[in-house]
Design a protein around this ligand. Structure first.
Ligand SMILES: NC(=O)c1ccc[n+]([C@@H]2O[C@H](COP(=O)([O-])OP(=O)(O)OC[C@H]3O[C@@H](n4cnc5c(N)ncnc54)[C@H](OP(=O)(O)O)[C@@H]3O)[C@@H](O)[C@H]2O)c1
Length: 294
C-alpha cells in the first residue's frame, strides 16, 4: 500500500498504522461490518481479518461479498457473508437473528453501509424516493439492526459500536446534499443521544466523521475526484484507530473550528452557499435521474 498524499492525510482523522496494535485489539474478536462489499467497508473487513478478527460481512451484493470473503480466506483469515438489504425491515430482522444464532453477539459493530445522493432540489421535486432510500439505509435499517444486537451485546458483557459518519454533519449543511445530510445527521444524533445509555450497558461508542474517501460513492461527483482524500485502505486505518484507542470521537482537526464557526455564524455560511450554488452544477449522474434502486 502506498502512503496517502499529505493533503489526504491532513484532511482526514488520525489513522492507526501499526498492525500489532490492531491485532491486540481485535484478534479473536467477532466484528460485524455493514456495507462490506465495496469501498471502506470491504477495506476495513480485510484489515481487521488480517489482524485476526472473525469478520461478518453485510451488504446486498452477494458476489462482491463473496469476493471480499475469498480474499480474506486466501490470506488465512475468517469471514462469513450475510447478503442483506438494510432497507428491508424483514431482512434486517432475519439478519439479526442469523448473526446471534450463528455467532453470538458481535464484540464490535461497524455501522458503515451508506447511500449518498448529491442532487439539487429542482431535480428532486418529483423524487420522494431519494429521501426514502437515504433514510432507510443511513438511519432506520441500522437502528433496527442495533435494537436487536444491543441486548445480546449487553448480555455478553458489552462491546463497541463504531459509526461511520461524515464530516458534513459537523458543518453548516450545504446545497444539493439535503437527503444524504439529513439521513446521516439522523443516525449521528440518535447515536450520540443513546451513547450514555450504551455506556451504562458497557458498550463503548466511536463516531468517525470521515472526510473525503475516493470510492464509488464519491466518484460520480467530478469535483470530488479532484479534491484531496484517502483511498479506502487508508480510511480503514482510521476505523482501526477508533478501535485501538477507544476514542469516542474521531474527526479531522479542521472540523473543530469549522463546527464552532458554523454554529456561531450560520448566516455567513448560508450566504456563501447561496452564492456558490449559482456557480456549481448537478453532476451528469444526478441529472440523469435514473431509476436505479441502488
Ligand atoms: N466516500 C466518501 O467520501 C465518504 C465520506 C464520508 C463518509 N462516508 C461514509 O462512509 C461509508 C462507506 O461509504 P463508501 O464511500 O465506502 O461507499 P460505497 O463504496 O458506495 O460503499 C457503500 C456500502 O454500503 C452498502 N449498502 C448500500 N446500500 C445498502 C443497503 N440497502 N443494504 C445493505 N448495504 C448497503 C453497499 O453495498 P451493496 O451496494 O452491495 O449493498 C456498500 O458495501 C458510508 O456510510 C458513507 O456515508 C463516505
Amino acid at each position: 500500500m502506498t502512503s496517502p498524499s499529505l493533503a489526504g492525510r491532513l484532511s482526514s482523522p488520525r489513522r492507526e498504522t501499526d498492525p500489532r496494535r490492531l491485532a491486540e485489539a481485535v484478534s479473536g474478536r467477532t466484528v460485524l461490518i455493514t456495507g462490506a462489499s465495496f469501498g471502506l467497508g470491504a477495506a476495513t473487513a480485510e484489515l481487521f481479518a488480517a489482524a485476526g478478527a472473525t469478520v461478518l460481512l453485510v451488504a446486498r451484493t452477494a458476489d462482491k461479498l463473496d469476493e471480499v470473503a475469498s480474499r480474506i480466506h486466501g490470506n488465512g483469515g475468517t469471514a462469513h457473508t450475510f447478503p442483506t438489504d438494510l432497507s428491508e425491515p424483514a431482512a434486517v430482522e432475519a439478519l439479526a437473528t442469523a448473526i446471534i444464532e450463528q455467532h453470538g453477539a458481535p464484540d464490535i459493530v461497524i455501522n458503515n453501509a451508506g447511500k449518498s445522493i448529491r442532487r439539487s432540489l429542482d431535480l428532486q421535486l418529483d423524487r420522494p424516493q431519494d429521501f426514502v432510500r437515504t433514510i432507510d439505509v443511513n438511519y432506520l435499517g441500522p437502528v433496527q439492526l442495533l435494537l436487536r444486537l444491543i441486548p445480546a451485546m449487553t448480555e455478553a458483557g458489552g462491546g463497541r459500536i463504531v459509526n461511520i459518519s461524515t464530516v458534513g454533519v459537523r458543518m453548516y449543511p450545504g446545497p444539493r446534499w439535503g437527503a444524504y445530510q439529513a439521513s446521516k445527521g439522523a443516525f449521528d444524533t440518535w447515536f450520540r443521544s443513546v451513547t450514555p445509555e450504551l455506556h451504562a450497558r458497557k458498550i463503548a461508542t466511536s463516531s468517525i466523521y470521515m472526510a473525503l474517501i475516493h470510492t464509488r460513492m464519491s466518484a460520480p461527483t467530478p469535483s470530488m475526484r479532484r479534491l484531496p482524500g484517502l483511498d479506502p485502505e487508508h480510511a480503514a486505518q482510521i476505523v482501526a484507530a477508533a478501535v485501538v484507542d477507544g476514542r469516542r470521537v474521531l474527526a479531522p482537526w479542521w472540523s473543530w473550528p469549522l463546527d464552532t464557526v458554523s454554529a456561531a455564524a450560520g448566516g455567513v455560511f448560508a450566504a456563501a452557499y447561496t452564492r456558490a450554488f449559482r456557480f456549481t452544477a448537478d453532476s451528469a449522474s444526478a441529472r440523469a435521474r435514473h431509476e436505479v434502486l441502488r
